[in-house]
Design a protein around this ligand. Structure first.
Ligand code: ADP
Length: 709
């Protein structure tokens, strides 16, 4: 270990518990909650194994008046929920870490679409997160009942093995709603002065503390600056920390609010590593208790300096722990170059909130630890490891596949790339404005490839079908990717755009702009986006930075709607606005001619724009010619000694980078399965009872002996 990093491995006491080192996986959503207990246990357990001293659940609502649906929380309403999470505490303890539970109540944000109960708030004010939710003003009986629920949940947590219980107040949830005069307009003992507004939070802390006694550490999470109206600002946070300090064993600090979560889980596009310290770094002024903070920290030198300066005692990680569950162990072993660094693309958030199950752009095993049995650092030797494998194309899919095949012990893997360097589309994507940290996808894989003696990388060699057949491999994996359509074929028309031809000076593809340096024959340019993610905004910013007048014309109602799923949307739109990019929304382009584009708006009214050129970001097309040529001639494959040809990534179908990486990883994990081209089934953790439990319960209570129908 680098002696500079030694400080990160000192034990830290939090109340009655001791953390073995300073790495603390702060609570983060997963889509597992108490719905997928085995998945939850395996995901957190792998981090405990990777050296994190504590791992926490996501938000765990204490009662049915905070149901969080349709999102999946660790609902912690009853003993069944406790049984579900016991699996996690056992797994965590097995690996020597402490387990934490983020006990939670949404208060006035709770839509309660499942339980159909009203939200509860300090005052009857529409939620800034869900404006259609107007909560009930909490009466004294509601306050007591919620505090009782908090205590009951804390006791359940203690009973199922949690070492750390939270009174979660960050992200503008219930305790913060009481503390913040944005939410709290009460005139009773729970509103008005800071002391009054702090009462709910402090009473809850006091009661939870009293209940769990010396068996659990009591932690509170607080957004020390809302960076907007929905919470408090740092001076008030300092005053609150002083007030409540005696009730807390560890302060877990962050910034933002739930409506401005984008400022907490800051994307790398607009926030540098360590960005939160400007606010959270001030909390030491108010307390001598341990502090944990986050800021997408993956650099061990920065971590060590944060601890050495006394700013934080513990290095918090959510996204960095998803990208690399073994981050602490790699630092401990001096393998810092092997840290699979978080890209800050927030694909994890899209996966959790948008798709209902955690995933990661960097780490294809995240969320797959239980259901597919994938471990991020352990690989079994493939049964067919003696076969020579040729992977054609070193984009995200090909790189990941070659790395994983190498780790599965294949004796000879060749990764062959046409271009002078590996990376595929990432070679140009990482050079687009604000997307530099996405380059970590390539950097980590390059280092892995360099370290694997059984994997050879050949660049600058475009393979033909004959060359593939002559290569001497028994297994061929085609990972040749995709390109942007130059004819403008798009979702809403399924036909080319009239006049779209990228051999003309005024029609451009993203690759022509970003790789070949092609520019329109004048300074006014339209970037036409029918895809809705990062490519069109990236190209638009590139051209705007060069001085072009850029019009971002999009079929969607907002610019880059997919970026809303990664918390990047509002920041991205603001950013483009500041660079002078002019947005035209709800427009379909149907004609292109020199000097103009035209089409229709959302109401079928004509739209036209005078521009010198247009960049088409409509849809991508797989580069599958090589694959098709190979499989078309099985006799030639057999004659060449090739036993199998597979394809992965965008060559199959153009998808998100995370999916291309997953695809490459999946094939390598299952390359010795009976039919590697098709994924093995995975455990869905469905509960399929033999007997309908509702009918069974009714039958038992009314004494009837048979159930029909
Ligand atoms: P994916 O996201 O599926 O990995 P990319 O488009 O990012 O796909 O990368 C595909 C890579 O394959 C590119 O770097 C491209 O240069 C390379 N490639 C395509 N055809 C060939 C070929 N015939 N021989 C070698 N490399 C190829």
């Amino acid at each position: 270990m680098d002696p500079n990093h030694q400080i990160l491995f000192e034990p830290v006491r939090i109340g009655p518990k001791t953390l073995r080192n300073r790495f603390y996986q702060v609570p983060h959503c997963s889509g597992f909650g108490t719905e997928k207990p085995w998945t939850q246990a395996a995901h957190r357990g792998v981090k405990a194994e990777g050296g994190w001293a504590a791992v926490c659940t996501e938000y765990a609502p204490i009662s049915p008046d905070s149901d969080e649906a349709p999102l999946i929380a660790a609902r912690f309403w009853d003993d069944d929920d406790a049984r579900a999470l016991r699996l996690m505490t056992e797994k965590t303890h097995e690996h020597g870490a402490l387990a934490g539970i983020e006990l939670h109540h949404s208060g006035g944000h709770a839509a309660n679409t499942q339980t159909r109960m009203p939200g509860l708030g300090p005052s009857q004010l529409a939620s800034d997160l869900e404006p259609h939710v107007v909560p009930k003003t909490m009466e004294l009986t509601d306050i007591r009942r919620v505090q009782d629920d908090w205590v009951a949940a804390a006791l359940r947590a203690r009973g199922c093995g949690f070492d750390i219980v939270y009174v979660y107040g960050a992200h503008s949830y219930l305790p913060m709603q009481f503390l913040s005069s944005f939410y709290n307009k009460r005139t009773d003992a729970y509103g008005g002065s800071l002391e009054h507004r702090a009462r709910f939070w402090m009473e809850t802390l006091e009661r939870v503390r009293e209940a769990v006694g010396d068996e659990c550490a009591v932690v509170t999470r607080i957004a020390v600056d809302a960076l907007g109206p929905a919470g408090i600002h740092v001076e008030e946070a300092l005053a609150f920390v002083k007030l409540a300090d005696g009730l807390v064993d560890l302060w877990d600090v962050n910034v933002g609010s739930i409506a401005l979560w984008s400022k907490d889980s800051g994307t790398s596009r607009y926030f540098a590593e360590g960005y939160q310290l400007e606010w959270t770094g001030r909390i030491r002024e108010a307390t001598a208790k341990p502090i944990v903070g986050v800021a997408r920290l993956t650099d061990p030198d920065l971590m060590a300096s944060i601890v050495r300066s006394g700013t934080f005692d513990l290095i918090g990680g959510a996204r960095p722990s998803i990208a690399d569950p073994f981050l602490p162990q790699k630092i401990a072993e001096g393998r810092t170059d092997e840290i699979r660094e978080c890209t800050g693309s927030n694909v994890c958030i899209m996966k959790v909130d948008g798709h209902g199950h955690l995933g990661c752009i960097q780490n294809p095993t995240a969320g797959e630890e239980h259901r597919r049995g994938w471990h991020p650092e352990r690989f079994t030797r493939a049964a067919n490891a003696d076969r020579a494998v040729l992977v054609v194309g070193a984009g995200p899919a090909g790189m990941e596949c070659a790395v994983t095949l190498g780790k599965r012990g294949f004796e000879m893997v060749h990764l062959v790339e046409a271009e002078p360097a590996i990376g595929g589309r990432m070679r140009w994507v990482r050079r687009l404005p604000t997307l530099g940290d996405w380059g970590r996808i390539v950097d980590w894989r390059r280092i892995q490839l360099d370290k694997l003696p059984n994997v050879a990388v050949v660049t600058g060699s475009r393979l033909t079908a004959d060359a593939v057949r002559d290569y001497g491999a028994q297994i061929v994996v085609v990972a040749t990717g995709s390109h942007w359509s130059g004819d403008g074929v798009q979702a809403y028309t399924h036909e080319p755009i009239a006049g779209a031809d990228p051999s003309l000076p005024h029609v451009l593809t993203p690759e022509q702009v970003a790789v070949e340096g092609k520019r329109p024959p004048g300074s006014r340019v339209a970037v036409y986006d029918a895809e809705g993610y990062y490519v069109a905004p990236g190209i638009a910013e590139l051209l705007a930075d060069e001085g072009s007048e850029v019009h971002l014309v999009t079929t969607f109602d907002v610019v880059s709607p997919i970026s809303d799923l990664t918390l990047e949307g509002p920041l991205l739109r603001q950013h483009l606005h500041e660079r002078g990019v002019i947005a035209h929304r709800g427009v379909t382009i149907e004609h292109i001619e020199p000097g103009a584009v035209s089409g229709a708006d959302e109401f079928e009214e004509p739209f036209s724009l005078e521009v010198d050129g247009v960049v088409l970001v409509t849809q991508q097309v797989s580069d599958e010619a090589l694959y098709r040529e190979l499989v078309r001639d099985p006799a030639a494959l057999e004659a060449a000694g090739i036993e199998a040809v597979y394809r992965i990534g965008d060559c199959v179908a153009p998808r998100m980078i995370s999916e291309a990486i997953f695809d490459g990883h999946r094939l390598a994990r299952e390359i010795d399965s009976p039919d590697p081209a098709h994924p093995l089934p995975y455990d869905r953790e469905r509960r399929i009872p033999d007997v309908d439990p509702v009918i069974a319960r009714r039958t038992a209570s009314d004494g009837s002996s048979s159930v029909s129908g």
